[in-house]
Write a protein that binds this ligand. Sequence first.
Ligand code: G3I
Length: 538
Amino acid sequence: MPTFDSRWPALNTCRLRLATPGASLLMLVAAGGFAAGCGNPESGNGNRPDAGHEPQPTPALREAASRAGILIGTAVDARALAMDEEYAELLALEFDYVTPENVTKWEPLEPTDDAYAWESADSIVDFAEAHDQAVKGHTFVWHRQLPRWVTSTMTAEELSAALKAHIETTLERYRGRIRAWDVVNEAVDVASASGYTESVFYDKLGPSYIEDAFRWARAADPEVLLFYNEVGIERMGPKSDFTYEMLKELLERDVPIDGIGFQSHVSTHRYPSLTDLQANLRRFAELGLSVNISELDARTVLMPGDREERWLAQRIAFQQVVSACVGEPACEAVTLWGFTDKYSWIHDDTPEPEAPLIFDHDYERKPSYDGVLDGLAGKYPQQGDNLIHNGDFGDGTDSWSVSGGTLEVASAQGRSGNAACVNERSEAEDGLIQANLLDVLHGGGAFSFSAWVRVAGDSDATDAASVEAALIVKRSDADDDERSIASSVVVGGEWKQVTGYLGLGFEEPPENIELVIYGPASGIALCVSDVQLRPVSP
Ligand code: G3I
């Protein structure tokens, strides 16, 4: 398997800087009127320099990423690049890695069998080369945005031949110009009987299409980096487990896969914890894979509260994901799925816009921009003191109650310290409660959660059970509002750390807030140890 630095050394360039404020970068490129500069990634709060003041050294993301030894990228909207000069300027200034958002998918590239439309893809590759940026192609095999002529009426042989030709033709055209490709995208769907996404590829060819695509790509270009790309695998859980086992088995058969992309389309109201993300990046890295954060954006409207609260939680979400990559030696790139809310695929037709990216519609930096900078500087979000009273049950059942069943605190079997066990549970909702958290949570904010949990049936024969952790926001004039923090499938008899992240805000002041931990079916004892809920800040 080729090594990364031999084929594609990380582009270690300092940032192009506008020598003449306000001039277009594209004009400056033509006039050679720009100077490379590597500002200090520590600085750079606030918005871009305005015409009225001497521009402050703004640490463009790509210089901060270069110092961190990773690539910082974005999905590129070909139409915006062609039509919107400010979009093109920021793209060149901030990023050193570009992924065509759509125009290198099968339908835009080959709308008619063996008749290619290269222009839009060429425009992005040309732009990248002119601005010292690497390119990641996206994506050869995906069940969406397929050409009309690729249909289930094709025989398996026809489909296989068409896909092979598409991969070979495209790789041949961009050989030496595109650094990496998402060869296969989103092939896993744990909701399906097989665990694989039910698509024309799986239906016609079975799971072998995945191996075939990677082998065809490697045969067509021995140098390009070949990635598998997946959505929703940031948490430890069934989907990341299935993906891990699938890639492990393919790699054991020497299928040429160089890396995996964690898409990381997240939401600020609830998000995988740093613990989960780090553990996931690490276990795939231990397979010998490079890892990427490949499509990062963070929706905001599912988190109640005002825009300032939601955008602060968004800043922390970006910081958390980017710092997890910088902290993982095998993570070589972070790509945002766009950089301005103006062109995000997540449309703003909600009353309050999702605003999932790092520049607003007017190209002004948002707090999430600084979250990326903090992450690139390797700064993990700061965790405050544990807000849970008697979280280690050192004071017995003090501050704890149950919603059903019986509560017993004793030394934890198989762990140090104490554990609280809820026995004689008669329904899934029977669980552990810590009420009266209003005084520490009424201001809202971002919080990380962690608890060790163990489930056991009467005979310890429980195979697995789901465990949920949530905050219940209570108001006298409305139903209880459950804000999920974490959920996990726990194997019977084994302690497991359940972690999560929550953006907490309120449309109206709550009457009370309580933490609940529940989930296993009736008859299954639920034991909990070392409960932590900590405020998180940049
Ligand atoms: O180009 C056509 C245009 O000619 C036509 O007039 C218009 C109206 O039908 O459609 C245009 O194509 C749209 C394309 O985006 C370009 O704008 C497709 O309908 C639309 O479905 C497509 O959406 C893209 C989506 O993938 C499906 O391909 C989003 O922009 C893109 O952000 C999204 O990205 C995916 C990743 O590839 C994989 N991971 C998930 C991620 C989000 O869904």
